[in-house]
Write a protein that binds this ligand. Structure first.
Ligand SMILES: [Zn+2]
Length: 330
């Protein structure tokens, strides 16, 4: 297995202006508009709070950044051998999706690879926001419409924008290795906290997808398709009824089986769909996409939106989520 700290991979994207000065100028513009205390203003507060707690673990953040850089370098070299590197000349439509999302969020253009696999999956293992990496499995490219695929890329860009992956890379390594020496530094309680946090990260990244989406329904349709298997009968899946899905979620909430999700690093697709619909009604969304504000738009403040989403993702207190009612726009 290749292990190096040197980023010696020559990407077809090297001709693109990803200079540090250009990045800093772009990032400053975005920060003045959409950053609060170094965190994007759309970040789900549960994600934000837990991230701050992890930063308080001595030496943990620095350790994660160093390990993460090594993991990303190794991954770039491996995927450059096993996947198609996206560029203006190679899968140009996907390249444009990446540049569009990156530009909107204010991060560097991602190096996207399309990996040959029927799995419906995508991920990033970026160690910084300057020249991040995203992998799309060919299965997800095949099964989604272009506008939906853009939302998947935007979701991964959201993880990059919020620097989730510097911690998630390390969590993944620990879980894959069955703890190992790194586990020595992390107590069981901290590991449980991190799984709780990774679920909150998904809500933040889904908000990035909503912000970048041409239409919010494209982002919702991604979850509908992932939830129902992303078969080729797309129309069937796009017509999934939200009220019926909420009734389905209520059945889970009435049963201790809901605790199954504690072992998961992703919230259920149903919870994610409703959290995205909530963010669509948040004033922060309209701050990013002023052109989307229409007469009758609710425009709840960030605190209220986060509170409503907390009810939806709360596994322990199921009464909160059961009392949640999604209000369709009139
Ligand atoms: Zn994610």
């Amino acid at each position: 297995m290749i292990m190096t700290n040197e980023k010696n991979y020559k990407s077809p994207l090297d001709s693109i202006d990803v200079s540090f000065s250009n990045y800093v100028a772009m990032r400053k513009r975005e920060e003045s508009l959409h950053m609060e205390d170094g965190v994007p203003d759309y970040a789900f507060d549960l994600d934000y709070e837990l991230r701050r707690r992890m930063e308080q673990i001595p030496h943990f953040t620095g350790l994660c950044k160093k390990i993460s850089a090594t993991i990303e370098t190794r991954a770039i070299q491996i995927y450059n051998q096993q996947a198609v590197a996206v560029s203006p000349e190679q899968y140009g439509e996907i390249y444009s999706m990446g540049t569009d999302c990156a530009k909107r969020l204010g991060i560097g253009t991602p190096n996207i690879f399309v990996y040959p696999s029927p799995q419906i999956n995508a991920f990033t293992c970026a160690s910084d926001t300057i020249s991040p990496m995203i992998v799309l499995y060919s299965g997800i490219v095949d099964r989604l419409k272009p506008a939906e695929l853009k939302c998947v890329i935007a979701h991964e860009c959201g993880h990059i924008h919020n620097e989730h992956t510097i911690y998630q890379n390390v969590v993944g390594e620990i879980l894959n290795s069955g703890s190992g020496i790194l586990g020595f530094f992390l107590s069981v309680a901290n590991m449980a906290l991190m799984q709780f946090w990774t679920r909150a990260c998904e809500i933040t990244a889904d908000r990035a997808a909503v912000i970048c989406a041409d239409n919010v329904e494209d982002a919702v349709n991604v979850q509908k398709k992932l939830f129902s298997g992303a078969t080729f009968n797309a129309e069937f899946q796009e017509n999934l009824n939200l009220d019926a899905l909420k009734a389905q979620l209520d059945v889970t909430l009435n049963n201790p089986s809901r605790l199954y999700e504690i072992m998961s690093d992703h919230p259920s697709g149903l919870r994610r769909i409703f959290c995205m619909k909530e963010f669509e009604e948040c004033e922060i969304y309209y701050k990013w996409r002023t052109e989307k504000k229409k007469p009758g738009s609710i425009g709840r403040n960030k605190e209220e939106t986060d509170e409503r989403c907390r009810k939806l993702v709360n596994i322990w207190n199921n009464a909160q989520a059961k009392n949640y009612r999604y209000e369709e726009k009139s």
